[in-house]
Design a protein around this ligand. Structure first.
Ligand code: SF4
Length: 374
C-alpha cells in the first residue's frame, strides 16, 4: 500500500476511509506539523531528508516526493504527524502476516502521503492525495489516543499501513513506544523504502513487517512506482538484521511482473537471503488507479507462482486475494502436518502451546505463536 499494497482500508476511498475513523476527544497539540527527524539542513536553506531512500533535498517552500515533508524556512516539518486518514480494526491475516499471533486483530492506521507513485495503487487517493492536491478528510489523533482506541477495540497490535509508513515515521515511533508499553505489538506494512537510519530507529519498536517485493526488475520499479529496486532489497536485509520478523508479498500483475524468470528470481532471493521458512505471499492483482485496463491475475498464474516458490525451496507460500484456491493454510516445514487453517479470515491453529507442530514438535517460524489462536 505503500502505493500499491493489496490490503485496503475499509471502503478504499478517502471518504470511505474516513468513515472507518472512530471519534475521540482531540488531545491539544497532538497533531500537526512537527520538526522532522533524520533531517540535515544545508547552507542554502534546503534540507536533506534521510527517512526514505529517495533522500530528497527539499528546498524552502517545497515538499519531498512523498508530499508530506515540507521545508518551512529551512526547517523540515513532518506535516502528516497525527493526521489520520484511515483507521480500522483488521484481522492480522489481512496485513498479511500469517506467522504472527494468528487470529488476532490489528488496529490499523495511516496518514496521507507516500514516497512511491505506483500506477496500480489500491489506496491511491490517500497515498497520492497530497501530491495530486486532493482534499482528504483527516482526523487529528495523538499517539496516546491511537493506543487507547486500539486497546478499547481489543486489538493485539497496531499496524502502520495502507500507505508507506515511513512518511509518518515520527508519529509511528511515538505511537509504537506507547503501544509496546501497553503490551501491544507493532506491525510495519511497507514498500521497503526506509533507510538504514530509519530502520535503526524502528528496530526499537517494530515486532513484525510485511514488505512488498513488487518485482525483481529495476525498470519495473522506476517506470511503475517511481522508485528503485536496490534500496528495497537493502531495507529487507536491514529489517532482518534488526531482528524484526519478516514476511514478503508480491502482487502479481499480468504482463508486468508475472513472467516465470522474474518470479523465480524473487523466490530464489528470498530463500537464499532470508531463509526457506520466510513466508512469501503471492497476491492477485485487481485493476486499480492507472492500470484499469489490465485484467485481474488469472488463478493459473497464481498457482504457478506458488509452485515456483516451492520449487525455490520456500516452505511457506501463500496465495492472497484468491480464497477460492484455498492456498492459505500453513503446514509444518518438517513433516508437512497441517498447522494453521485459514478460510476468509477464520483461523484455526493446531500449534501446541509452545508454537510447535503437534506431530514432530518442530517450531513454526514466526513470532507470537505460543498459545495457539487468539
Ligand atoms: S520521506 Fe522520502 S520522499 Fe519524503 S521527503 Fe523524506 S526522502 Fe523524500
Amino acid at each position: 500500500m505503500t502505493a500499491s499494497r493489496r490490503e485496503t482500508p475499509v471502503g478504499g476511498t478517502p471518504a470511505h476511509a474516513a468513515r472507518t475513523l472512530v471519534t475521540i476527544a482531540r488531545s491539544p497539540g497532538a497533531a500537526g506539523p512537527v520538526p522532522a527527524i533524520l533531517a540535515t539542513p544545508q547552507p542554502d536553506g534546503a534540507v536533506r531528508c534521510a527517512v526514505c531512500a529517495h533522500r530528497c533535498l527539499v528546498r524552502p517552500g517545497r515538499t519531498g516526493i512523498c508530499g508530506v515533508r515540507e521545508n518551512q524556512d529551512g526547517t523540515l516539518l513532518a506535516t502528516a504527524y497525527g493526521r489520520v486518514v484511515a483507521q480500522a480494526l483488521d484481522p492480522i491475516e489481512k496485513k498479511p502476516l500469517f506467522h504472527v499471533a494468528p487470529g488476532s486483530t490489528a488496529w490499523s492506521i495511516a496518514t496521507p502521503g507516500c514516497p512511491f507513485h505506483c500506477t496500480f495503487c489500491q489506496n491511491w487517493e490517500i497515498a497520492q492525495g497530497p501530491r495530486l492536491g486532493l482534499d482528504l478528510e483527516t482526523r487529528e489523533l495523538s499517539p496516546k489516543a491511537v493506543v487507547r482506541e486500539a486497546l478499547q477495540a481489543g486489538a493485539g497490535s497496531v499496524a502502520y499501513t495502507y500507505v508507506e509508513p515511513t512518511v509518518f515515521l515520527e508519529f509511528a515511533l511515538d505511537t509504537g513506544r506507547l503501544a509496546r508499553a501497553a503490551g501491544l505489538r507493532n506491525l510495519w506494512i511497507t514498500d521497503g523504502y526506509a533507510t538504514r537510519e530509519a530502520i535503526g530507529l524502528l528496530a526499537d519498536v517494530i515486532d513484525a513487517a510485511n514488505v512488498d517485493l513488487k518485482s525483481f526488475d529495476d525498470a519495473f520499479y522506476r517506470r511503475l512506482c517511481g522508485a528503485r529496486l536496490a534500496p528495497v532489497l537493502d531495507a529487507i536485509v536491514a529489517l532482518r538484521e534488526a531482528g524484526i520478523w519478516l514476511e514478503i508479498t508480491t502482487l502479481v500483475i499480468p504482463g508486468r511482473n508475472d513472467d516465470e524468470p522474474q518470479l523465480r528470481a524473487i523466490a530464489g532471493w528470498i530463500a537464499r537471503t532470508l531463509g526457506p521458512e520466510t513466508p512469501w505471499h503471492v497476491s492477485r492483482f485487481r485493476p486499480a488507479f492507472q492500470l484499469l485496463d489490465v485484467p485481474s491475475t488469472p488463478t493459473a498464474t497464481l498457482v504457478r507462482a506458488a509452485e515456483i516458490g516451492r520449487e525455490a525451496g520456500l516452505a511457506h507460500v501463500y496465495v492472497g486475494n484468491a480464497p477460492e484456491l484455498g492456498l492459505e493454510d500453513t503446514r509444518c516445514a518438517g513433516c508437512g502436518e497441517l498447522l494453521i487453517e485459514r478460510q476468509a479470515y477464520q483461523v484455526r491453529s493446531r500449534l501446541d502451546a509452545h508454537g510447535r507442530c503437534p506431530s514432530c514438535l518442530r517450531p513454526l517460524a514466526g513470532t507470537g505463536l505460543e498459545g495457539g489462536t487468539r
